[in-house]
Design a protein around this ligand. Structure first.
Ligand code: HEM
Length: 408
């Protein structure tokens, strides 16, 4: 490990290659050594994986454990002074994103029926309605407006609330608190307080649903006696968080990226059949969920290196999705490319459960926005758009936009 490289705190903080491309240091690393030893800010050593092929192999290999404490909540990498993780952390009930098989399998299975392609297709019309209603509201406002607040965040929040049976009126709790613990530099006490506030709320909600189930996913789960209240709460937390923060940031950052590529934006407006491919390409190009963590449960060979048992392994999805060995001209947005095969929804047993839902929301969201707002443009210079380099899910904090007229 003598060649381990020190990585600055926050890996993706310096977007020195523009708002959409991997930081230049990461690109150089991927070229030099796609599986590379690294030193965390607190001095402990780990590994960083940036190459597409290696990352895909890693994600498919459950010897790379997902038991990294609370997944997005505790990150040894992001939290200076965090002690070295020497063994898989205890599991939080219900939070199956941070579990390994067979615990992971048991819980994920309970949800696969609710998120099948077929079930999601049935929801499509309804999601289009949600988008159109939100666009009606947007059209009533006097520009400039913040597109994140008025469109990108409400659409996925409304959809996931309805699916889960979480009252949208209570969104303040989960939107504010989830934002708090997605802050990279947040101290652990603050993160835990935010986590506690959401889970206290959700524990009460699932307890009520157990007593009086309704017609929603959390009620269906609450009918299952095999699941305890703590597990139900953990599952609710995971679905609620994963269901709104990710898609919201894709809609916000994706709109910014399209506005920065007016030629492709115009093509999409004239030919909406390009939208499904464009969404895949935006997923690849933007990789809003960039950094994930794994823990080597044994010594594992990867990309010609041996990762010793007990290592914390950091993966950069953004770097892998911009690997020229896999995608030609990877730092160029090209809505015509075949971008499927990107890793932005993960790969292997943890591959995103909500990916069909997310795709429907993004297609409907971008399509509606472009159709209804033909003159949409940024209301500030693009270099003044506030990027979420301080957050665990990348995107834009705000996207001030304006327009001169709307279509029907
Ligand atoms: C897992 C990305 C939307 C629910 C994941 C993973 C990624 C991801 C990368 C794998 C994590 C890992 O391997 O550690 C995204 C992106 C989205 C999105 C980029 C939007 C564009 C959604 C939505 C839901 C959702 C709408 C709704 C319920 C989940 C769940 C998991 C997951 C439950 C954990 C799966 C497991 O551990 O088996 N997502 N996601 N995601 N996602 Fe998504």
């Amino acid at each position: 490990m003598s060649e381990a490289i020190p990585i600055p705190h926050g890996l993706s903080v310096e977007r020195d290659a523009g708002p959409f491309n991997p930081p230049s240091q990461i690109t150089r690393l991927r070229e030099a050594r796609p599986v590379c030893p690294m030193v965390f800010p607190d001095g402990h050593e780990g590994w960083l994986v940036t190459g597409y092929e290696a990352l895909r192999l890693l994600m498919a290999d459950t010897r790379f454990s997902s038991r990294q404490d609370l997944g997005v909540i505790h990150l040894p990498y992001e939290t200076p002074g965090m002690p070295v993780v020497t063994e898989p952390s205890p599991q939080v009930p219900g939070l199956f994103i941070a579990m390994d098989p067979p615990d992971h399998t048991r819980l994920r299975r309970k949800l696969t029926g609710a998120f099948t392609v077929k079930r999601m297709k049935q929801l499509e019309e309804h999601i289009v309605d949600v988008v159109e209603r939100q666009l009606d509201e947007l059209a009533r406002l006097t520009p400039p407006v913040d597109l994140v607040k008025e469109f990108a965040l409400p659409v996925p929040s409304l959809v996931i609330c309805e699916l889960l049976g979480v009252p949208y009126a209570d969104r303040e709790n989960f939107q504010v608190n989830s934002a708090k613990f997605l802050v990279k530099d947040q101290d652990l006490d603050e993160k835990m307080a935010a986590y506690g506030a959401i889970t206290t709320y959700l524990a009460e909600l699932v307890t009520r649903k157990r007593a009086e189930p309704g017609e929603d996913i959390l009620s269906d789960l609450a009918r299952d006696d095999d699941l305890g209240i703590e597990e139900l709460t953990g599952i609710a937390f995971l679905l609620l968080l994963a269901g709104h923060e990710t898609t919201a940031n894709m809609l916000g950052l994706g709109t910014f990226a399209l506005l920065e590529h007016p030629g492709q934006l115009a093509e999409l407006r004239t030919d909406p059949s390009l939208m499904p491919g464009a969404v895949e390409e935006l997923m690849r190009y933007l990789s809003v969920v960039d950094i994930l963590y794994r823990y080597a449960a044994e010594d594992i060979e990867l990309g010609g290196e041996t990762i010793p048992k007990g290592s914390t392994v950091v993966v950069s999805m953004l770097a892998a999705n911009h690997d020229p060995q896999r995608f030609d001209n990877p730092d160029t947005l090209d809505i015509h490319r075949k971008a499927r095969g990107h890793l932005s929804f993960g790969h292997g047993v943890h591959q995103c459960l909500g990916q069909q839902l997310a795709r429907i929301e993004m297609r409907a969201g971008f399509e509606g926005l472009l159709r209804r707002f033909p003159t949409l443009k940024l209301a500030i210079p693009s270099d003044e758009v506030k990027l979420r380099t301080d957050m665990n899910i990348y995107g834009v904090h705000e996207l001030p936009v304006t327009w001169t007229e709307t279509a029907g």
